[in-house]
Design a protein around this ligand. Structure first.
Ligand code: FEO
Ligand code: CA
Ligand code: CA
Length: 630
């Protein structure tokens, strides 16, 4: 049946393999309903008629007959470099440690750079990014999500910070980079010393705006008014407003906090929040709390409330403070997909990437008028959360004092997860990036995987039994859900949904874990994560999954980027990353003749060779004939 490595499979999968379920089960029915819903988008017939049938179709029969892709799909790779199709080329644009200014020393592989200038170089762990045109200059804004401590602190045992200087170095490596880039004789490069170059780190002053600004839960001794935080943290995915600002999304912020007094007692609401958001006494090894009391919750208990937001940055104005937009809610933000409602209100779709957490939508109270004032647009509005019904419909449930039983808008936003649980939101398989189709009124969300699906509740105790858009127990491959709002209006409160793809391994499984019909031996992947539409309406899917190429993941190779046709369902592999990396972040040059792709946390020897530190990098992919790439 398969070449599965029995040492690697879970108890659930072992059970499934050895005690196959009846041909048609309730589980199949739910999967079938999710995939074969009629009348949603033409082309849905590309999906199979049932989960049991999906995996039994030979790969050739699954292939689509026509293709809108301008490239020949590539095979899987397991090596230490990047691969693109014939007729395409790639080059490094920026690596961790590359100087943004000419007076900064070249990268030092022995030390990983000194703390005094790590906020004057390109940061680590590139993630979400967007391109902005400022006058005749092209400005790339890139997130630097987290730190690879063992790599970034090569002289510290196990990557554990030795002192406050090591902590400061980590704090300055992460955050956001604003860099002017230009195409020269050696391709796309950073424009050193550009007046637009800027680093925003864990230490940068950030204004707090919106309904939670100034609330008692946002106040600290250093900022008694609760209106000015320091730093934006764990910057994962991105977003772009119609008025030319960048949105950076704070994700796993909890890992930076700990407590030196492990017996500290907190007010009940603070303690409940810590439990729901995963704030403990040890942190995740950054050890900020041992050297910087802002991150020691036993000293500064409200500091965690000041992280977990979406932050707006103006790339054209290096002197402007970034702003935390609390109206968009506090959770582990993946990205922020911005679109306008029919009447011009600003709609932002957002995922909360944790097992069994939720999908959110913000709708502004005011409307966007091109060239008009955008003051308050992201501060005043309604935050809602998605409820998916089994019949293919769904609704956005507003989070208000009336619906949640909570006392104020500020409290609801600071503890958005708790508010969302109160209104019965649908628990999801880790919502990652959301992308809005520029050619149809619909949106897509990567649900990357969820080993806890059907196994245990989320951190709020919500039931996580399989449900419509999350139909597989112990989901290790992930899926992409899409929804189309009623009345073709992203501001409407109802929608219809289906699954665009269920990732899986059709060579290993002949059940729902084999994936939907648009998954074949030739395009297999797991854990869809980054996702962006290009101007032509193709859906680019990036992965952050198991790259062992073994057992249940055999045939998938390294993490990759694929193109998806939203109409036919066809999916084709375009790019493979180096071993160990996640492929994440995608944007284009103004002329659409270069695509910029993020290669996060590759393993050595990428990109500088044997004996050198691995370095996250942004690459440019171009056509050899200079043609359009998106
Ligand atoms: Fe930072 Fe959920 O990825
Ligand atoms: Ca991600
Ligand atoms: Ca991920």
């Amino acid at each position: 049946m398969c070449s599965i490595d029995l040492n690697q499979i879970s108890a659930d999968d072992w059970d499934e393999l050895n005690d196959p379920r009846p041909d048609v089960t309730e589980f199949d029915r739910v999967v079938d309903a999710a995939l074969s819903r009629r009348g949603f988008v033409s082309g849905l017939v590309a999906f199979g008629s049932g989960a049991a049938a999906m995996g039994m179709m030979p790969g050739a029969a699954r292939a689509m007959e026509t293709s809108r892709f301008a490239f020949e799909p590539i095979g899987l790779q397991t090596d230490a470099t990047v691969h693109v199709p014939d007729g395409y080329e790639w080059q490094i644009v920026a690596r961790w440690g590359d100087p943004l200014y000419s007076d900064v020393p070249a990268f030092d592989h022995a030390t990983g750079g000194a703390a005094d200038y790590t906020d004057r170089v390109f940061g680590e762990n590139t993630d979400g990014m967007e391109m902005f045109v400022v006058g005749d200059r092209q400005v790339l804004v890139v997130n630097h999500e987290y730190a690879n401590r063992k790599v970034n602190l090569p002289q510290a045992t196990g990557g554990t910070p030795r002192d406050a200087q090591d902590v400061k170095k980590l704090q300055k490596l992460q955050g956001v980079a604003v860099i002017e880039i230009a195409r020269g004789e050696s391709g796309w490069q950073i424009v050193q010393d550009s007046s637009l170059n800027r680093r925003i780190t864990h230490l940068t002053p950030i204004e707090i705006a919106g309904p939670a600004a100034g609330h008692a839960l946002m106040q600290t001794q250093a900022d008694p008014e609760g209106v000015l935080a320091l730093g934006t943290m764990n910057n994962c995915g991105s977003g772009k407003t119609p008025w030319g600002t960048y949105l950076t999304c704070e994700e796993n912020f909890n890992g930076y906090f700990g407590a030196t007094d492990t017996d500290a007692i907190y007010p009940a609401m603070v303690q409940d929040g810590y439990e729901r958001y995963g704030i403990g006494t040890d942190g995740w090894g950054y050890d900020y709390h041992k050297w910087d009391e802002r991150f020691d919750t036993s000293v500064t208990p409200n500091e965690p409330h000041r992280v977990g937001w979406v932050v707006e940055i103006d790339p054209a104005n290096p002197d402007a403070n970034p702003v935390k937009r609390t109206g968009l809610g506090r959770f582990k933000h993946e990205n922020a997909a911005v679109v306008l409602a029919s009447d011009g209100r600003v709609v932002i779709y957002m995922g909360d990437d944790e097992r069994g957490e939720f999908l959110y939508r913000f709708v502004s109270s005011g409307t966007y008028v091109p060239g008009g004032s955008t003051e308050g647009l992201l501060d005043n509005g309604t935050l809602s959360v998605a409820k998916f019904n089994e019949d293919g419909t769904g609704e956005w449930r507003a989070l208000t004092p009336e619906t949640t039983g909570m006392t104020s808008a500020a409290e609801i936003l600071i503890f958005a997860r708790i508010a969302a649980s109160a209104v019965g939101a649908t628990t999801m398989d880790r919502p990652e990036w959301i992308a809005v189709n520029p050619h149809a009124i619909e949106a897509y969300c990567c649900l990357t995987n969820n080993k806890n699906r059907g196994v245990k509740p989320n951190a709020g105790g919500d039931d996580t039994s399989v449900n419509g858009p999350n139909p597989r127990q112990s989901n290790k491959y992930g899926q992409i859900v899409r929804w189309r709002p009623v009345n073709e209006d992203h501001g409407a409160d109802g929608f219809e949904w289906d699954l665009y793809v269920m990732a899986g391994n059709p060579e290993v499984y002949d059940n729902a874990y084999g994936g939907s019909d648009n998954v074949t031996a030739g395009n297999m992947f797991n854990s869809p994560d980054g996702m962006v539409f290009d101007s032509a309406g193709l859906l680019w899917i990036q992965t952050d999954g198991d790259d062992s190429n073994d057992g249940e993941f055999a045939g998938m190779g390294n993490n990759q980027m694929l193109a998806g046709d939203p109409v036919t369902g066809e999916i084709a592999r375009f790019l493979t990353g180096p071993k160990g990396c996640e492929v994440t972040g995608l944007t284009w040059s103004a002329d659409r003749r270069a695509m910029f792709v993020g290669i996060q946390h590759p393993a050595a020897p990428f990109p500088d060779g044997e004996g050198k530190l691995p370095r996250s990098a942004v690459i440019a992919v171009t056509r050899s004939d200079g043609g359009l790439v998106g």
